[in-house]
Design a protein around this ligand. Structure first.
Ligand code: GAL
Length: 820
């Protein structure tokens, strides 16, 4: 019986028309320029010959709503936010940022495919994300629909293209329904769109899977699975895979001939000796270049970037990376980039990640949805572990028009795309199937969790799955938490011990922690701890002692991580402020419209809390930070507490040379006293605050002085980088400060400044980090918030960019940035 079967296979191969195996023609490029955009429904805009001459010319990524104007009526809601434990509906303002992201928007552009022949090429349109409910048309015909605004998706458009090489018309209709989000989602083609051309027989999108089943210091076993599309079963395929290191040096290779039987991908095992292991401290990357040949002819070539590292979650003992226990020092990041809105920009994401890493963070949770591919790639390169999250809502609604409308039909497709997209990224260490989904309290909720977790396991057997759970009593009782690989608790630190004892995995992760609120440079008196504290100025105090009714202060999470092996560490809510969720000012409290949870404000300027995290998360580097500022005219003689965040155990404080005593961190008092040095009874007198820090041997280790700033005198511009590249993506960020004669920031100045950018660049945006500011980000003037703001400049061509800032009563500030 065997013989005839072999013959029939041979015959089959012989019968395959040779054009199926055409030469390698793989190419992909982003569709950035040349788009036309129109807000609102447009009758017939999908048609090929529709006249879009009057539409606005835009480039993609594009967020149609970030240009404002901010208006309380843009997202006014009368609701009870069940998430926050509310039972009665009230008037909610600024919940999603107060920006006009709702409604329909259309995008159109043309594209050509050089030498197009449908018999030998396949053409795909790849969307990294489109907000939302995308309907895609090519040459007047609908090619597909993808509802979830955060996910990457693609359509094979080969059969819709003109076969004569003529221009093709692409039209995309997007729609954001009211009450579809709990934060500012952005709007439009806010992530990149790519056109991909491959040979007809090709490695499909996300069609490789590289894993490292064995990792040790001596050698690593690398498993490469490769799918090939449009090839008949039984065809002999030769695959040659060369692994190179980051410097391009070949470390190993393997070639063999296999068949794709029963849809199984091609599979190879390669061995890398003396592997350089990926970790946040050593983000070493490798490349697997696979060449596919049939009948001696090279058909396609595909390179997968990957890393070699071992991740383990060990009961009672915690999380281990490459054999070493570590606690997640993570932050949650929403996807918006403050003044740039949701429009993806690699350098803006890189800046965020750099700030987080400099603080000592080693992990990101992509709350609460699939990230931009740029973020995951940067985490691979810069060294940050990632929890890729999928959903904020399953089958039970949180928002009237949220994802629950699509869950049943789309959840599996969405998860498959997410896992396949990111399963080769070494930074990704776990998948999250959801955040605080109301389903967690349904009796059958665990079945939904199992359904989703099983999909993740099927698509990627190498990573565990978690979910952010906040209804602890429900999930401990109904089997929901026991179902999920990694127990993720959001807040509720007082229930960790119980979770550890009751659940089978004997580990607890702080999937969401903190939710401490503060506004940069704003200090309220008296200084006291409090939940849901409301101030007349609609700001939260930067003393860092205010939090939400459901949440806690940073110290609770520091202590849990330090005191118990079975805690896995945390993901702080949040690394950066984001648009929307202006807690505790969301109830009839316009104009506040941005979160105050951030460790860093919306302008990318660190708040005081940044240094508290750094002092704990990066003890090897010196931190000596004093707060508050020392310009308190009118408070002379009044109690003005001084806090010092430092990695040193003790310090002595002096006001105008007079000692206020020495303080030492202690486990004896409140949790705050374990991590902060606090002088609560200091009487304010203008002049100088000096702190001298001592190391654990009692030796004088460092000194810092903060003094009362004088009258505002001039504007100082501090570019974050002296040189920026003109790659179409990089942006230059400039810190703008109102300073006194000596160059000290005037910390209470709120005056308006204007900007001009000339030469090799242009003005892009400005932000001051004030959650109540409704000044537009893309207009070149804005008030400083407590003396500072951030200006964003776009380099356009190589040369010098001249940046100027002026303000009433001040000497102007000027700086030059070099674009190369
Ligand atoms: C959590 C939720 C987050 C955010 C946060 C604010 O419950 O998961 O998305 O709303 O609260 O504290």
């Amino acid at each position: 019986m065997r013989f005839p079967l072999a013959i029939s296979c041979l015959l089959l191969v012989a019968c395959i028309p040779s054009f199926i195996f055409a030469q390698n023609t793989r190419k992909s490029w982003p569709l950035e320029e040349g788009w036309k955009f129109s807000k609102g429904e447009q009758e017939g805009a999908f048609k090929k010959d529709f006249d879009d001459g009057a539409w606005e010319a835009v480039s993609v990524p594009h967020d149609w709503a970030i240009y404002g104007p901010f208006d309380e009526n843009n997202d006014l809601q009368i609701v009870a936010v069940s998430q926050n434990g509310e039972k009665v509906a009230t008037k909610k303002t600024g919940r999603t940022g107060g920006l006009p992201y709702m409604g329909v928007g259309w995008y159109r552009r043309t594209f050509e495919v050089p030498d197009f022949d449908p018999e030998i090429k396949r053409v795909k349109l790849v969307f990294d994300g489109a907000m939302s409910e995308a309907q895609v048309y090519v040459n007047g015909e609908k090619v597909g629909f993808w509802p979830y605004g955060y996910n990457s998706f693609y359509f094979d458009v080969t059969d819709y293209l003109n076969t004569d090489g003529a221009e093709n018309q692409l039209a995309v209709r997007l729609e954001n329904k009211e009450q579809s989000s709990r934060w500012y989602p952005g709007a439009g083609l806010y992530r990149n769109v790519h056109l991909q051309v491959t040979p007809k027989t090709h490695v499909p999108i996300w069609g490789t899977f590289v894993t490292t089943p064995h990792v040790s210091g001596e050698y690593a076993s690398v498993n490469v699975k490769t799918e090939v599309k449009n090839v008949p079963e039984g065809t002999d395929i030769t695959i040659k895979t060369i692994i190179t290191d980051a410097a391009g040096k070949e470390v190993t290779q393997k070639e063999n001939t296999q068949k794709l039987n029963h849809g199984r991908p091609l599979e190879q095992f390669l061995t890398v000796n003396d592997p350089l292991l990926w970790s946040p401290e050593t983000p070493q990357l490798y490349f697997a270049k696979s060449t596919i040949s049939i009948d001696g002819k090279e058909i396609d070539e595909f390179t997968t970037r990957f890393g070699i590292r071992k991740i383990e979650f060990i009961a009672d003992k915690g999380f281990f990376l490459n054999g070493k226990q570590r606690k997640f020092q993570g932050v949650n990041l929403h996807h918006d980039l403050g003044p740039l809105g949701a429009a993806v920009n690699r350098s803006a994401i890189k800046r965020q990640l750099r700030l987080m890493k400099d603080m000592g963070a080693d992990a990101i949770r992509t709350s609460h949805n699939m990230p931009a591919p740029e973020l995951v790639a940067l985490c691979d390169e810069m060294g940050l572990m990632v929890m890729v999250e999928s959903f904020d809502e399953w089958d039970v609604a949180k928002c009237k028009n949220g994802y629950h409308r699509f869950f049943e039909e789309w959840a599996e497709k969405d998860l498959v795309n997410m896992v396949r997209h990111y399963r080769n990224n070494p930074s990704v260490v776990m998948w999250s199937i959801g955040n605080e989904v109301p389903t967690q309290c349904s009796a059958d909720g665990y079945k939904v969790a199992k359904f989703l977790q099983d999909i993740c396991h099927r698509e990627d057997p190498t990573r565990l799955v978690t979910a952010g759970m906040d209804r602890i009593s429900c999930v401990l009782d109904n089997g929901f938490a026991a179902m999920i690989d990694v127990t993720g608790f959001n807040y509720r630190t007082h229930r960790y011990q119980e979770g550890y004892e009751k659940l089978p995995h004997s580990l607890v992760l702080g999937s969401e922690t903190g939710s401490t609120v503060s506004s940069r440079g704003v200090y309220h008196f008296p200084v006291e701890k409090g939940a849901q504290v409301i101030h007349d100025d609609q700001q939260s105090s930067a003393y860092g002692l205010e939090y939400c009714s459901w949440s806690n202060l940073p110290e609770d999470d520091f202590a849990l991580a330090e005191d118990y092996d079975w805690t896995l560490g945390q993901f702080v809510w949040t690394g950066f402020d984001y648009l929307g969720e202006p807690t505790p000012y969301d109830t009839d409290a316009w104009p506040n419209h941005s979160s105050m949870f951030g460790i860093v404000d919306l302008a990318g300027i660190p708040k005081d809390r940044y240094y508290l995290y750094k002092s704990v998360w990066k003890p090897e580097e010196e931190t000596l930070h004093i707060l508050p500022h020392w310009n308190w005219e009118g408070r002379e003689g009044k109690k003005t507490p001084v806090f010092v965040y430092t990695n040193y155990p003790s310090a002595e404080l002096f006001i105008n040379g007079k000692s206020q005593g020495k303080k030492t961190k202690t486990k004896e008092g409140s949790l705050q006293e374990r991590y902060r040095l606090m002088w609560m009874d200091v009487a304010y007198l203008p002049g100088e605050v000096k702190v001298i820090a001592y190391d654990d041997k009692g030796h004088r280790a460092a000194e810092k002085v903060l003094s009362t700033a004088g009258k505002a005198h001039h504007i100082k511009l501090v570019p974050e980088k002296e040189k920026v590249s003109v790659d179409g993506q990089e942006l230059a960020f400039v810190r703008v400060q109102v300073v006194d004669k000596e160059g000290r920031v005037c910390p209470t100045d709120q005056r308006s400044l204007s900007f001009t950018v000339e030469g090799a660049g242009s003005f892009k945006a400005v932000a001051n980090g004030d959650p109540t500011s409704v000044e537009l980000f893309h207009k070149p003037s804005m008030k400083v918030f407590n003396g500072q703001l951030t200006l964003i400049v776009s380099p356009e061509n190589a040369g010098k960019i001249h940046v100027k800032a002026t303000g009433k009563g001040l000497r102007k500030g000027e700086e030059t940035i070099e674009a190369y």
